[in-house]
Write a protein that binds this ligand. Structure first.
Ligand code: S3P
Length: 172
């Protein structure tokens, strides 16, 4: 299996860690949101605002299918990707999945220093965001925890994770 998909909540560092893993394995790295933005010439934020979340989820599914056709690839998915349209089933079929796990409090503190706008959160009042993250993380972990490998997202270790990926692959 020469495809790896990183999953996890917004701000868990999927793109940063994913590109490190890709470099180590000498694989191509693709950020699913960026691939969508390049193909459709709209930012994710604009797709939510000008169209709808439903349209975004359809585009996201199509793009996931497209990138999963590639080989020797590490894909950073969006925070919602595994939770819609049976995407987690597809990810499990086609790739080794890696969940970057973090607590709601850790994610919230990352959010406070992030510059990239997230449409899922920008519509929530600032003083309600921690509660929102807690609740949606709880719902989303039903999907995230189906991942083949769970990594501590707060302190992820590239060498250890690559070893786990290789060991998992050998036993598959
Ligand atoms: C989303 C997460 C975002 C992006 C979109 C929706 C979500 O990706 O796909 O804004 O539903 O959690 P990141 O996890 O990279 O922020």
């Amino acid at each position: 299996m020469n495809r790896i998909v990183l999953i996890g909540y917004m701000y868990s560092g999927k793109s940063t860690f994913g590109s490190k893993i890709a470099k180590r394995l000498n694989y191509e790295f693709v950020d699913l949101d960026k691939a969508i933005e390049q193909k459709y010439h709209y930012t994710v934020e604009d797709i939510f605002a000008k169209f709808s979340e439903d349209i975004f989820r359809q585009i996201e599914k199509d793009m996931l299918k497209e990138v999963l056709k590639k080989e020797h690839i590490v894909i950073a998915s969006g925070g919602g990707t595994p939770c819609f349209n049976n995407n987690m089933r597809l990810i499990k079929q086609e790739a080794i999945s890696l969940y970057l796990q973090m607590s709601a409090e850790q994610l919230f503190s990352r959010m406070s220093v992030s510059k990239k706008p997230r449409p899922m959160l920008s519509c929530i009042a600032k003083d309600k965001r921690l509660e929102f993250i807690k609740q949606s993380l709880k719902q989303r972990e039903k999907y995230y925890l189906k991942a083949d490998i769970v990594v501590d997202g707060f302190n992820p270790n590239v060498d250890k994770t690559v070893e786990e990926i290789l060991a998992f692959d050998n036993h598959k």
